[in-house]
Design a protein around this ligand. Structure first.
Ligand code: GLU
Length: 384
């Protein structure tokens, strides 16, 4: 099976290119890396990862961190049994205590390299609801453009079983979509996906390249060794699936040693899930998930700008049909009535009605707040 999976993996250089070249890279850090078995933080190790993040930033690669560890750190401080996971109430209390410690650790470690850390706590709903998704996406975008390193975690203290991700692996894949990241790296206490459980099967071999996700589904029994986090291999494969659907490559690699990010970028060791062949998968995902809530009529100049890869600006909008809210999907039609594009709109219909045909410098005065960069940003749009 392994040989079929690895039938023709590209040369290591080509395999690693998307990870090395990514201008935005999501790096997920598992609990067992950040927190030692006795519940204390692994500060020295964290320092080396912060140094890697700084080195990436210095060559133009912005890292967005998804960090676990709140529950484990909080459990130690509170003296809770079972690593704080004996009950949901315990986990929520531990997370509330541990998150403040976790954020402090990151702020200090990144600060030591001249980087500013930002904390974002999110729940499943923030990524399922389109408007909230766009909001989270805009915040991430702004933070990254300011040179800040966002550190995300699930808002465990308020998320109940029904509404939580439960693991940061899938969260990292969703964050990658929201942050418009070009690759995801899951740093874990395992160094990749194996053909069998390496703890019990001496013949187990790591699979370095998985371009057919279906073929590895059966290998997803829980294989996290530490028992500290909640992810396991099933969650990692699910994360790979989400990333794949969004056209984003994902890797699972070990984070055990010092400088885990630099090490991965250099050696490429781990299991790599390439983005699907044929680009635009991310936009396919965008177009596939949407129902249209309205229509924007635009002038010929706007049609030409969109065809050239530009965003839709208010100045080119001539009419608004339907009642829609910020974050809804709308069609864009040219002067002949033909739909030329579909995208997620950054304003609600009443706002577009007020700013249509107007130039950017007039819009703040009309709306009473600083305008968004476009009515539909080109990254949130597919051409028809
Ligand atoms: N959000 C959890 C924490 O910070 C970790 C979830 C996971 O283990 O993936 O402790």
């Amino acid at each position: 099976m392994d040989s079929a999976l690895n039938a023709a993996p590209p040369a290591p250089e080509a395999r690693m290119a998307p990870f090395r070249a990514a201008t935005r890279l999501v790096v997920k850090v598992g609990s067992s890396l950040l927190v030692a078995a006795d519940g204390s933080a692994r500060r020295a190790w964290l320092e080396t990862l912060a140094a890697d993040v700084a080195a990436s930033a210095a060559r133009g690669q912005r890292v967005v961190l998804v960090s676990s560890g709140a529950i484990a750190l909080g459990a130690r401080r509170l003296g809770l049994k079972g690593g704080g996971r004996a009950s949901l109430e315990d986990a929520q209390a531990a997370a509330a205590v541990g998150q403040i410690l976790l954020a402090g650790l990151w702020a200090e470690a990144l600060g030591g390299h001249g980087l500013t850390a930002a904390q974002m706590l999110v729940t499943l709903g923030d990524f399922e609801d389109r408007r909230r998704w766009l909001n989270a996406s805009a915040t991430l975008d702004r933070l990254v453009s300011l040179g800040v390193v966002p550190v995300l975690n699930e808002n465990d203290s308020v998320a109940t079983e029904e509404i939580r991700f439960g693991d940061n692996d899938r969260l990292a894949a969703r964050v990658a979509q929201a942050a418009r990241a070009e690759a995801v790296l899951l740093l874990s206490d395992v160094d990749g996906l194996y053909t069998a459980n390496p703890d019990s099967c001496p013949d187990a071999r790591r699979i370095d390249w998985v371009d057919d996700l279906e073929s590895v589904t059966g290998l997803a029994d829980a294989r996290s060794r530490s028992g500290m986090g909640s992810g396991g291999m099933a969650a990692k494969l699910e994360a790979a699936r989400i990333a794949h659907a969004a056209g984003i490559p994902l890797a699972i690699a070990t984070g055990a040693a010092d400088h885990p990010l630099a090490r991965f970028l250099e050696t490429g060791e781990g299991t790599l899930f390439p983005a699907p062949a044929g680009q635009r998968a991310r936009k396919a995902w965008l177009s596939g998930r949407l129902r249209v809530a309205g229509r924007l009529l635009v002038d010929a100049g706007a049609v030409a700008a969109l065809r050239a890869g530009g965003s839709l600006l208010a100045a080119g909008v001539t009419g608004v049909e339907g009642a829609f809210a910020r974050g809804d999907a709308v069609d864009v039609a040219g002067p002949d009535g033909r739909v030329v594009a579909r995208g997620l709109v950054a304003y609600d219909s009443q706002e577009v009605e007020r700013i249509r045909g107007r130039r950017r410098e007039d819009i703040a005065g009309i709306l009473g707040y600083a305008p968004r960069s476009a009515v539909i940003h080109r990254d949130q749009m597919v051409m028809r």
